[in-house]
Design a protein around this ligand. Sequence first.
Ligand code: SF4
Ligand code: SF4
Length: 425
Amino acid sequence: MALEDLRATVTRCSRCSYCKWIPFAHVKSWRFAKGCPSIEYNKFQSYSASGRLCASLSLLEERSSYFDEGLVDIVFKCMLDGCCDVACKINRYDFEPVEVMRQMRFKMIDNGCYPPQDMPLIDHLKKEDNMMMAAKADRANWAEGLGVKDLTEEKAEVVFHVGCRFSFDEELWRVPRTVVDLLNKAGVDFGILGKDENCCGGRVCDMGYRGEFIKYAENNIDAWKNAGVKTVVTGCSDCYHAFKRLYPEEMEFNFEVVHITEYIERLINEGKLKFTKEVPMTITYHDPCHLGRRGEAHVPWKGEQKKVRGHVLVWEPRRPRYNGAQGVYETPRNVLKSIPGVKLVEMERNREYAWCCGAGAGVRERYPDFSEWTAGERIEEAKASGAEAIVSACPHCERNFMDAVAEKNESLKVFDILDLVREAI
Ligand code: SF4
Ligand code: SF4
């Protein structure tokens, strides 16, 4: 797929603006009715999905220059969280705004145009295999003293892919350490790749650097094959999206991919994990975009685009439809609801219409003010739900919320689901 192949999508946008809102049937209040952080923050049409479709047509028709500073800002100041995409599909069966925005980034970067703030990140990634500005040699420090099997030396069918944020963000180390404890308690034979674990490449792909993504995807697949891995478990939603959707889209991929919340639910159902303690707390669950609406599994498709009666566009056979409905929404909620004492309340925007945490697609690093504002909006929504804590299933969301709460001096607590699970065992 290339931007040129999406010309039909680009030209069929009706400027209806549905992509800026959550669908009207789901709106509960004016305050939390918006769906697109980018248009809401920048307050200019070009910063909506529809505006970016216009910009991409302008690029395709060579009416805009790749080197226009304004265009770079428009293209990259967006989390690719996909709320626009699922809202658009309420009325447009086969529209792909996020795919257009992704391809536009690939094209811009192929042409040497990127936000200048990317340079240190990408340089560091090339040197140390992470964008956390940390040394690769420190990647397994989180696991010190745990005695986890090292899959560069031994074999196991299950690999726990920790991911960059959990590996290097010391304040979050308690989460992967809990995963190790739980998998051990449940008698699972698993291992980690330790300091040789690679970045999943998902985030750098969303940022527009497809070449880097392919390199990491190939490295990870080789490492798993060498270790005899069949199942990949991760607690990070970015990694989950990369393995579930992006890898099989680009290459042969024969691994089962499981988010840690799915694994925990499985262990609970098999009677291998039991909650014995009360955790009395009213919480709200934040759906990570890459586990929810963008976490739908890749569906292989081969076919062609045709025009019926000279103008009606169809795909034969019918293309798979990614409208967010098949994301992972109920599993994390089931795990939370099975913890004694936990009261789960919903925010107004939830599941495929959840407001983004603000960290995605490099926005946290490229545009920190926009990222923090987006997280702050979600914190306001969590407070309005009556919850005393916001709980998520992704370290990137948690880090962004933790920083926003600290900046705003809020009393709202921020947890990973694993924090509550650990308390309940
Ligand atoms: S992208 Fe979709 S929802 Fe947005 S204006 Fe175009 S057709 Fe409407
Ligand atoms: S991906 Fe998110 S920020 Fe970007 S246009 Fe869509 S809703 Fe707005």
